[in-house]
Design a protein around this ligand. Sequence first.
Ligand code: NDP
Length: 420
Amino acid sequence: MSRLLVIGCGGVAQVAIQKCAQNNKVFTEMCLASRTVSKCDALKDKLEKQGTTVKITTATVNADDSADVARLIKEYQPDAVLNVALPYQDLAIMDACLECKVDYIDTANYEPEDTDEPVWRAAYEKRCEEKGFTAYFDYSYQWAYMDKFKEAGITGLLGTGFDPGVTSVFVAYAKKHYFDEITCVDILDCNGGDHGYAFATNFNPEINLREVSANGSYWENGKWVETKPMEIKRVYDFPEVGQKDMYLLHHEEIEALGRNFPEIKRIRFFMTFGQSYLDHMRCLEDVGMLSTSPINFEGKEIVPIQFLKALLPDPASLGPRTVGKTNIGCIFKGVKDGKEKTLYIYNVCDHQECYKELGSQAISYTTGVPAMIGTSLVLEGKWKKPGVYTTDEFDPDPYMEMLNEYGLPWVVDENPVLVD
Ligand code: NDP
């Protein structure tokens, strides 16, 4: 029996909410709150028409304003808040949870909307120099809540999507059941789906394009090694998808895994991209459309990447037209009983199957299901621990069981082809 407040009602949220409704032993009441409340109302109607037993209400909230989130928490009195809005809102929502002493869960780590803001910029430049990577996001802002969350007796579960989220659980699971020591991890994210558009992003365009157009980096011997965007390319033959080009990116779980598993000598993250996506992205970048700095256009201030977002297809609308499969997982090298060992744990997800079940494509599905699972484990008390933690810091077994139960079954291959 629990009451959940969900903030955001986009592609990922719609899956997470529908999966919470399937898990109605844990989630008995939900408030769906977002900037555009009509999306929450439409989803409430859909679930009620399907006969859900979960008691659903909706609300408008401005999650950039921590006081507004705190107002809603005080009104609704939830047991936990699931933040599936955007990374820009993480800190405002965490502040509200702290004020109201309510558990907090999200799927992506904090990054600021305005990367030109002078105070943030100065801290960012210092961090780039000290840590050696230039991504706009890092865990320092949320890890800084550790003591405050401990004192308040509340749990903050950070990054429970697929990557980060499931990929980090795969690492904890491999360590618990297959290795005495893990020495290398390659995280491979392959989307073999085709939506038929020349260019579209599978989740929030602004967040996606910021991530993909940034420098790459990987963790090696306790340090970051940074690369130019798309500098490192490999080709991999993915089970059930086939051969794809993949490129090394910076990715947030590397930071947490590097800290929490100091034995791992190298952690890399690769994502597949087709040539059309890369050509469009390069062109948009060259003409300044990926810029996050506001410009003045005919007397009105606009942010180019936000304008681009308005032109691109809404990721939530890609479901009916996307065919093909995703394959996301981790390849491990390490040692067990004194012998070298390799292992691959992955999930394959079919876009059309996801659409048939929930009306969403596989990228939203593979993120929304783990968002529900992490929230459920916190609410059930299995993953409740005052402080702020990533998914690799808990017992992986109940999470792995729920992946099988709620639509993301995984495969263990003890003889994988490695990435050079
Ligand atoms: P969408 O853009 O589809 O949805 C975002 C939602 O948040 C929208 O409903 C939006 O409202 C709402 N929102 C935005 N700003 C505010 C605000 N200030 N106050 C209240 N609501 C707000 O994004 P996605 O669903 O694609 O992504 C959601 C999250 O999931 C992101 O943080 C993303 O980074 C993360 N993600 C994580 C992945 C992982 O594997 N870990 C993979 C993919 C995504 P409106 O409808 O008005 O626009």
